[in-house]
Write a new protein. Sequence first.
Lengths: 662, 76, 89
Amino acid sequence: MCGICGVATPGPPPDAALLLRMVGRLRHRGPDGSGYLRDQGVGLGHARLAIIDTTGGAQPLSNEDGSLWIVFNGEIFNYVELGNELRSRGHAFRTASDTEVIVHAWEEWGERALDRFNGQWAFALWDRTRRQLVLSRDRLGVRPLYYAHTGGGLVFASEVKALFADPSVPRALDPAGLDETFTYWSTVAPRTPFAGVRQLEPGHVAYLDAHGFRSHPYWSIDFPPRGEEPGQDAVANAEGLRERIVEASRLRFTRSDVPVGAYLSGGIDSSVTAAVVARHTDVPLDTFSLRFADDEFDEGDYQQLMARRLGTRHHDVVVGPQDVAEVFPEVVRHAEAPLLRAAPAPLFLLSRLVRASGYKVVVTGEGADEVLGGYDLYREARVREFWTRDPSSDVRGRAAELLYPWMARAPGQAPAFARGFFGLHLAADDPALSHRPRWTSTAALKGLLTADMRARCAESGAPLDLLARLPAQSAGWDPLARAQWLEMTTLLPGYILSSQGDRMLMANSIEGRFPFLDRDVVAYADALPARHKLSGLEEKYLLKRAFADLLPPEIVRRPKQPYRAPDAASFCAPGAPDWVSDVTGADALAAAGVFEPRLVQGLLTKARRSGGSGLGNTDNMRVLAVLSTQLLHHQFVVGDGGDDAAPATPLTAIDLTGEGQP
Amino acid sequence: MPSRPPDAPTAPHRVDAVLDEFYALRTPSGDPVLDAIATAIFVEDAFGVTLSDAEIDPAHLAGRDAVRHLLTRHLA
Amino acid sequence: MVEQVQSRIMGFIVSNYLFGDESRAPEPDESLLESGIVDSTGILELIQFLESDFALEVKDSETVPDNLGSVANLTRFVLERSPDAEPAS
């Protein structure tokens, strides 16, 4: 894995010092080496985490005649097969890296090369002949890529903090970005929380040349019409799914020149990936888990069960509220976005454990919930559809008790209110039926905004009409597929893969690999009948059937436990660190101008009364939203996001400014 | 109404296979009424039918035979 | 009496759920759930408030919108359960 950055500028060649500063800001993504290139009109920078061809694959890297140069963050897992095909077509390779495969593939197939890549990537390709810069990002947004237009040119980087190394890039929070975050849990690409900073959308390619800047999708999420899914047999589909997940895991585990470990959360997804990769190694697999001091969040029993069953060398880190509070500012600095949950913080501590254990790469289970029907939200959506068929039916109303069984039994819990809450905004023809409860309860956060910020949100054209982006053919999809599209367009790239994924892993220089987001696994899963993903209210039906033999029954049968960490309790108990009151003080609130100070004080007073525990869902989100947004403002608007470091050595410097065009 | 693809769950030779899928992997709740509701949710989604309140009941949905009988009526 | 009880309940709603923002106080008949003022977990705070401030015991079967879903319903519920309801101060 790595960090990339660069500038395109119509005037004189870019300043080497700027490129070095940008690369230095990405050092956590690439501590093993760095490189930069300067040419007329463009500069490219790279911070390297050496995983494949550790000796030969330094970047920036070119094709045979130096007409195409690339900086690349990611892995193309089928690079061996692609390389063989390209060699047979006459291409000459100098390294054994997957990076070089991209360059030759682009020469051979142009943009259609992207269809052939099975992997995760963000790259910038500089075509010296065409004087054209090409940017691309993988299909689902595993790897980040930000850019900003600057006085006739463009600056791009893996992380916003590297863009802000350029003092000419203005720094401000974007009201429209805050509005999106306080509805959808994150901004939706191309928007970011920062004004003037954009992100390339997943599945997109962009071109910058004399004709200007333009981008378009090379791939989009698609599903068959309901009832026309090609494979209807559960046994056959389970076999097909298993084959593809096994192959995806094998590729991700074996295609590395450094050892690969595995995360083990205690749930089905990472148990499957760990179980599959364990079969491809003769030495014990190293597995890594998060544990919590608080029983409410801890999944240790299930983790131990799986680790023992696989005979792994198991490592875990125990996290308590104070640990979360201590690292939270650093977590926000890496996430570069407001956070509505503290859940990224323990993941930051987990990747730190991985690094301390000497590993650079881990395989994890992200993506299974989105792609194979695992979210509680999908079950809620199905219950809501059930209710639309007769909204006044009392017997139908009891279905709320199937969603969260504890709600019916625990005294003082209120099943009628659960039904009332989940039954809000029930319109049978609403394409966003699945997501209305989440969007509505998240939008309550906007009640904390200053009147001025609310006005600026309205002026900016908020709220985003996400449904306008639903493809026309989605009207014929199964409702589960529409819910999946919404999830794969919002939560997955905007939060799961970024704030909880890439950013927390890369903060400690760890590359994550995600078998469930494999190109062929996703294509296969997207074509499945809905009942093979969510069978009634049984989530991840086919995954459970496909891998029942590898998993202990306790893990298959356990009710879905969403990954959760202590939220407000981390920041509102006595002994909370000083930064909490610093960022919520009158001066800090006034400087950011986002939240109404009186309301923030009311919220914190309420939260502190109970030490932050026992708060409702929305109040927890409020506390996190305030703290993380205030931190973000302090770090990236008042400050410039930087923790300036020297680029890692060895440093490669390539100067093409004296050379004419090839 | 477009013609149903040959492998659709509602095709007569497929109903039993799709019911088999449901019974192969489920988590009983321990409450017969809630189990009936869970079965109703599956049946309505997988077969595209709508059940009445009277039908969302253990009398009609407890056990594979009862469900099969109910489906025969609805898909006729 | 009705006014006292209603105003005390409204005061709790505004301070506990709206953090003092009077401008978004609900109409007495407005659904607290539909207006987004109370979420599915926030209802528990309401129950605790009734039990501590009005010395009531709220049974599981009574945690329904008819009783707790709006300020007007809450007021009626409190008065019905203890006709000479004095806030427990």
